[in-house]
Design a binder for this molecule. Structure first.
Ligand code: MG
Length: 372
């Protein structure tokens, strides 16, 4: 049988290497077939929290339509973009994939509205922040192994998940930097602007006409029409969005290559000495990307239809949370066991944050509607 192939010798000198990993909190034997970052990826895929992403909101609440992105498909698109860029930059694709697949695992139901509701409910009680929650899930809450809590991921994957460690006491300066994790942050941004454009247009909440004033869109449209004159509607929009991703990815690769050289990043240690961006868009694309984000915020995320759905989501979560706190005997033995360890509020927060959109809606009906 062929054993774990040594692909790591082919990586760029500044890539992370599982053979030089700082290891896992609970030491484990190496696997004969898979490197440690591959095992991290596999543990994430097999986790319960990962499967729940399927029924959690990205922008559109899950039951609004079968073709809209959910947290799961957003996660897969992020992973695809991160892996493509990792490969061409000589970085560790398995680490980029593991971090991508777990990057949104801590999100509650109902997208950002769910996050705001949990923040409000947990104010003064340790707070809530989805990146910190992602870490809590993989380090504490997933129960899959008899001899340790969580998934026992490698140090590098865990550090890659520490993205906005502001609210739950994780100083940003503690982050051990890898270019793979930095790459995932940008891949996430590339994925969501492009797929939110797609979903927004598909739903009819976004109109195409005002996009002509958004530079990146206008530029990509010109390119598409140069090859397919007269193309219109959905076929044209699909190509424009494809082109948007392509521009952002190619620019990231070119700009990052330049920055790796300019900042003299020759090995992974060199990266620890700087907080400056190394994986980045050029100034031009950064401005255009920001313009597109502003457009989406104004026209999609703050669209009255989206706001109404998210307001409703917040009401569900607040109702559930307060009801459980007032009468904890409604909670399952597992949640009550967690409450003994970490306090009732934290245990209820974990429980509610873990819910999918549809479970939260069903549970709300069960608790509050007289004929359910
Ligand atoms: Mg994301």
């Amino acid at each position: 049988m062929r054993n774990r192939p040594d692909l790591e010798s082919l990586l760029a000198p500044y890539a992370a290497r599982s053979s030089r990993s700082r290891g896992r909190k609970y030491p484990e034997e190496l696997h004969p077939l898979r490197n440690p970052f591959q095992r991290d990826r596999d543990r994430i895929i097999h986790s319960t929290a990962f499967r729940r992403l399927q029924y959690k909101t990205q922008v559109f609440v899950n039951h609004e339509g079968d073709h809209y992105r959910t947290r799961l498909t957003h996660t897969l698109e992020t992973s695809q973009i991160a892996r493509s860029m990792a490969r061409v930059l000589g970085l560790h694709e398995d680490l980029a994939e593991a971090v991508s697949l777990a990057h949104d695992i801590g999100h509650g139901p109902f997208g950002h509205a769910g996050e705001w509701a949990l923040q409000e409910l947990m104010a003064g009680k340790g707070g809530f922040e989805h990146n910190a929650q992602s870490l809590r899930i993989v380090e504490v809450l997933e129960e899959r192994y008899p001899n340790f809590p969580g998934l026992n991921l490698t140090f590098e994957t865990l550090e890659g998940l520490k993205k906005h460690p502001v609210k739950q006491g994780l100083p940003r300066s503690r982050r051990f930097r890898t270019l793979e994790a930095d790459l995932v942050d940008l891949a996430d941004e590339i994925a969501y602007v492009s797929h939110d454009l797609d979903d927004g247009l598909r739903s009819g909440l976004l109109e195409e006409a005002p996009l002509k004033d958004v530079r990146l869109w206008a530029e990509c449209e010109r390119e598409v029409l140069a090859v397919y004159p007269g193309l219109e509607n959905a076929p044209k929009r699909r190509l424009i969005i494809r082109q948007v991703i392509d521009h952002l990815v190619k620019d990231t690769v070119a700009t990052s290559r330049g920055l790796i050289t300019a900042r003299k990043i020759k090995k992974l240690d060199d990266l620890q000495r700087t907080r400056l961006p190394v994986i980045a868009l050029s100034d031009k694309l950064k401005r255009e990307h920001a313009e597109l984000k502003r457009f989406l915020r104004k026209n999609l995320y703050l669209h009255h239809h989206v706001v109404r759905m998210t307001e409703k989501g917040q009401r569900f979560l607040k109702g559930l949370f307060k009801n459980y706190i007032a009468k904890p005997s409604q909670l399952s033995p597992e949640v009550l066991k967690r409450a003994q360890k970490d306090g009732l509020e934290r245990a209820v927060c974990d429980y509610v944050a873990g819910m999918t959109d549809r479970f939260a809606i069903q549970e709300y009906k069960r608790l509050f509607e007289p004929y359910e």
